[in-house]
Write a protein that binds this ligand. Structure first.
Ligand SMILES: [Zn+2]
Length: 356
């Protein structure tokens, strides 16, 4: 029996008995740690997360720290290798046990080559062979994808999207992006750009975006846009709360705006509502195109206050056909900081399985 051979080879382990459905109870199976390890890397614009997981996708160790992707590939990936080495030591393993490496990166990744192409917020990474950075230490294939695609995989594997066939994941952070799960599978499109919704135009006369165009969703609703509006309101003296924070710290972040809104600051609340409205406006187009059964909102800005999610819901429900939204929950990510590394490990496992 195949399962028996896999258990004998240490690639599967029995993990108790399943609930009886009449007849003999079957054994639950899991892939043991001894079968090998997966290294998962989640590069954010301002954070670096690495993790080790089993082949079954169970996270064993996870470490995250602030990082700046603008520091370029040598420095950022050098630090990733250091962190991975530390985790391997902690796990009592060595690099030879790593069977595959999954990497999420905050830019457009050409799926066939796993290489970033003209990433707007990643100077120095255009065309950089990320997989080569691991070649000296690891004898393992490296799979690279856009960070939002990777988070969508994570939410689908272990988060609120588990068991759902049609999920739209949207990340609102330094940038804005989407990941599309349709019929249970991540949709990448022909080059890998499917779901890259941050550069959809919402105002042709809007501010210039990092991509060079005007009025992209990202340029008007992501964290830097929220911070820039807050700074303007503070300087103009419209918001006493934001003014106070600005005078004290010399800068404002999206999180400060969320805090000011929770104190009842009218202008902070307006900034958040405007972001939610714009995001919802674009999501409504996707709802009409894809008819998902669930929308998951993640990323650093997602948690700045209930008013953001409320405004997104209002805009989506108002602008979509009733049939499409009759049973369409719009919820916050439950995995939060773990979505990226969970998804990167799924990416690596799926990559290995597709090759073999
Ligand atoms: Zn843009």
């Amino acid at each position: 029996m195949e399962v028996g051979r896999l258990i004998g080879a240490g690639l599967l382990a029995e993990d108790g008995l399943a609930k009886s459905e009449g007849g003999r109870r079957s054994s639950l199976l899991r892939i043991p740690r001894a079968a090998g390890l997966i290294a998962a890397v989640d590069l954010g614009a301002t954070s670096t997360d690495v993790a080790l997981s089993t082949l079954g996708g169970e996270l064993l160790l996870h470490r995250g720290e602030p990082g700046d992707v603008k520091d370029g590939p040598d420095k950022v990936l050098g630090r990733v290798r250091e962190l991975l080495s530390e985790l391997l030591v902690e796990e009592g393993a060595d690099a030879r046990e790593v069977l595959a490496i999954g990497v999420g990166a905050p830019g457009p990744v050409e799926h066939a080559s796993g290489v970033l192409r003209s990433p707007p917020i990643m100077p120095g990474w255009d065309g950089f062979p990320i997989s080569g950075a691991f070649a000296g230490e690891y004898d393992a294939p490296v799979f690279v994808d856009n960070d939002v695609n990777v988070m969508a995989l994570g939410e689908h594997r272990d988060g609120v999207g588990k068991g759902e066939e049609n999920v739209l994941f949207i990340k609102i952070g330094t940038g804005i992006g989407g990941g599309i799960i349709a019929d249970g599978h991540l949709q990448r499109g022909s080059q890998g750009c499917a779901g890259d919704i941050g550069h959809i135009c919402v105002d042709p006369d809007g501010p210039v975006c990092s991509c060079g165009n005007r009025g992209c969703l990202e340029a008007m609703a992501a964290a830097p846009a929220i911070a820039a509006k807050a700074k303007r309101y503070a300087e103009e003296g419209l918001s006493p709360v934001l003014r106070g924070v600005f005078d004290e710290r010399g800068a404002l972040t999206a999180r400060n705006v969320g805090e000011a809104a929770s104190l009842g600051d009218y202008h902070a609340l307006q900034i958040i509502r405007e972001s939610g409205r714009l995001v919802g406006q674009v999501l409504a187009i996707l709802v009409s195109t894809l008819n998902p059964s669930l929308i998951v909102v993640g990323g650093g800005v997602a948690n700045i206050g209930n008013s953001l999610l409320a405004e997104i819901r209002t805009a989506v429900y108002r602008r979509s056909l009733p049939l499409a939204t009759r049973d369409l929950p719009i919820v916050l990510s439950a995995l939060d900081q773990e979505a990226g590394v969970t998804g990167a490990s799924v990416l690596a496992v799926e990559g290995v399985l597709q090759r073999s």
